[in-house]
Design a protein around this ligand. Structure first.
Ligand code: AGP
Length: 587
């Protein structure tokens, strides 16, 4: 995985411009970075660095009309300079950057070595420059790569002496920003903000040949095609920390406004259509990974309330047992904030082949999930750059809840006044959060002093149980601390034994009144055993906000996000870029 950013212009530009684009793509990987550009007489220059390009920018003072940069997540091959992109052919005339994974690179590499090619890296990417070597027609050769090399990837390359950029997509997104005097290449749309107002989405299995004047896109059969054009959005919010020390904290503070933008960006006609399809479905699966899966778990409470049973399945597990029950009449609600996670895309493709309708929920307009979906509901949380997801979780819940209410209009369990009531509750929560976030942040800092151990439990019941799972995930990512989310009742069936060792227990008060007795019983038992208890509720040690049951997961998750964040700060960790993690897991 990685982030690709490049430009080709009519007049020379500072090559260091590449740093701006790469910084915006840093969520895609930060193990190393590099750039290739054409200098005087179109000679190829390459520069690489180890580490995070947003902290140590590529130090180049040259100007050029064409440059191609990359920031890398080391998925195949260690983070070394040799493995940093761009990777070159034997003659050092072709420089390739890639995003994604090549499945069969070892066989291809073996074959190329037999043919006399010399490899300097242990990456999968390096097979591409060697496959392109000696080409007379780079579009044709890139199409051959796509046809013959298995995997989900996109790549771009420069060739010495050729004032063009070539771009190919075999499943990974790559877009071309159409600026006035320059064209920009990027792995995502938001990073193009300020560079271009419109962008072409390069379709899967196609190759683009880009000059400063025009863009030609070819399908696998070498026919010219017209790709989809999208507006580049999120202008005002682009990727700056706005005075916050970390993106994660900034993005938590974005939650109040993103709740509202997520609701108001949903279009009635798509909601109604999606709701009708969900209501009429033979069976409904909700799939996602990590945080998106946790949002999916909460949706089962929403849909159950309107009389619809949904099966919530990890997208990684979906093919193993759920897929066999998918056929025409099935609906897959696929959630992925990045819209690129391989497990989700793979499962969606398999389900489509069996006749399912895909309702995609994603924060990334030009993403693969958006393109693969029959109906697409945007999350509209704005760009989220910290690897630990925060505002996309709460905004995904807004989308899922709205969809469930619309589904309830079909089942007769809801009426239009429920939509208005939800909107009012959401606005009130957003307003209250805005004023209460600083206090929550202070409380999070105070209570975190109780967490000295390397492990903790987070527990709750009912609709807030998935919040415990989500909170635990945040502790793992932001604070590199083991945390386990567990149902309140289940805590008594064994896990409570460990509380003798003083493991802290964070208890999120359930919203369901039936769970009150259990809640009080668990607090007593844990305190009796000598473990520190941190309660999260409107009256708790860290105060969440009073709100409706459906919105309580939003109110309760924020204290957990803030606690995980504060523990990460206390331990001086790279909160936004946890070691070995990236924003979208492509495998
Ligand atoms: C969330 O904090 C994690 N970074 C991770 O679990 C993430 O939610 C998961 O990889 C799914 O990502 P997606 O929503 O982009 O598909």
């Amino acid at each position: 995985m990685g982030g690709i950013f490049g430009f080709i212009c009519k007049e020379p530009k500072d090559v260091s411009l590449i740093n701006i684009g790469l910084r915006r793509l840093i969520y895609r990987g930060y193990d190393s970075a590099g750039v290739a550009y054409l200098g005087n007489n179109l000679t190829l220059n390459v520069m690489k660095i180890l580490g995070n390009v947003s902290k140590t920018p590529l130090n180049i003072s040259d100007r050029s009309t064409v440059a191609l940069g990359h920031t890398r997540y080391a998925s195949r091959g260690w983070p070394t300079i040799d493995n940093a992109h761009p990777l070159l052919d034997c003659k050092r005339k072709i420089a390739v950057v890639m995003d994604g994974i090549i499945d069969d690179y070892d066989k291809i590499k073996e074959l190329l070595i037999k043919r006399g090619h010399v490899f300097v890296s242990t990456t999968d990417t390096e097979v591409i420059p060697h496959l392109l070597e000696g080409s007379k027609d780079y579009v044709k050769s890139a199409l051959e790569v796509i046809r013959e090399v298995r995997g989900i990837y996109s790549f771009a390359f420069l060739v010495e002496g050729v004032n063009k950029i070539f771009v190919a997509s075999a499943g990974q997104p790559i877009v071309i920003g159409l600026g006035e005097n320059c064209k920009f290449i990027s792995s995502d749309l938001p990073s193009l903000t300020g560079f271009a107002e419109n962008a072409l989405i390069i379709p899967e299995n196609s190759v683009a040949e880009i000059s400063s004047e025009d863009v030609k896109v070819y399908d696998v059969n070498y026919n010219l095609v017209t790709p989809l054009t999208k507006r580049v959005k999120y202008q005002e919010q682009i990727a700056e920390k706005g005075g916050f020390p970390h993106y994660m904290l900034k993005e938590i503070y974005d939650i109040p406004s993103s709740l509202i933008s997520s609701f108001s960006s949903l279009m009635e006609k798509y909601l109604s259509l999606a709701a009708m399809i969900v209501y009429g479905a033979k069976n409904v699966y909700v799939i996602g990974n990590g945080t998106s899966l946790h949002a999916g778990f909460i949706s089962s409470y929403y849909f159950s309330e309107v009389g619809i049973n949904v099966n919530v399945v990890s997208a990684a597990e979906f093919p193993y047992y759920a897929l066999q029950n998918v056929s025409t009449g099935s609906v897959i609600i696929a959630i992925s904030q990045s819209g690129e996670t391989s497990d989700v895309i793979r499962s969606v493709k398999m389900a489509k082949l069996r006749g399912a309708v895909i309702v995609g929920i994603t924060n990334s307009v030009g993403s693969r999930l958006a393109l693969e979906s029959n109906i697409y509901l945007p999350i509209t949380a704005g760009p989220e750059l910290a690897v630990p997801a925060t505002k996309t979780f709460t905004s995904t819940l807004v989308v899922l809840r709205t969809l469930s209410i619309y589904t309830g209009l079909n089942s007769g369990k809801k009426d239009r006044k429920d939509i208005n009531e939800f909107k009012e509750n959401l606005e009130e929560l957003s307003k209250n959060l805005l004023s209460r976030l600083p206090q929550m942040e202070r409380q999070a800092e105070e209570v975190i002093s109780k967490v000295e151990k390397e492990s903790l439990y987070i527990t709750s019941s009912g609709i807030n149980f998935p919040v415990a799972l989500e909170g635990a995930l945040k502790f793992k990512e932001a604070a590199l601390t083991h945390a386990e989310g567990i149902q309140l009742g289940e805590l008594l069936h064994g896990p409570i034994a460990l509380t003798n060792k003083g493991y802290p227990i964070v208890i999120v008060k359930p919203s369901e009144a039936q769970a009150d007795d259990l809640y009080n019983k668990v607090i007593r038992s844990v305190l009796d055993r000598g473990s520190p208890v941190i309660t999260v509720s409107p009256e708790g040690d860290i105060k969440s906000l009073e709100t409706s049951r459906d919105l309580s997961p939003i109110s309760n998750v924020i204290p957990l996000q803030l606690m995980a964040y504060k523990l990460g700060v206390k331990r001086n960790l790279p909160i936004d870029t946890p070691p070995g993690l990236v924003k979208a897991v492509v495998s």
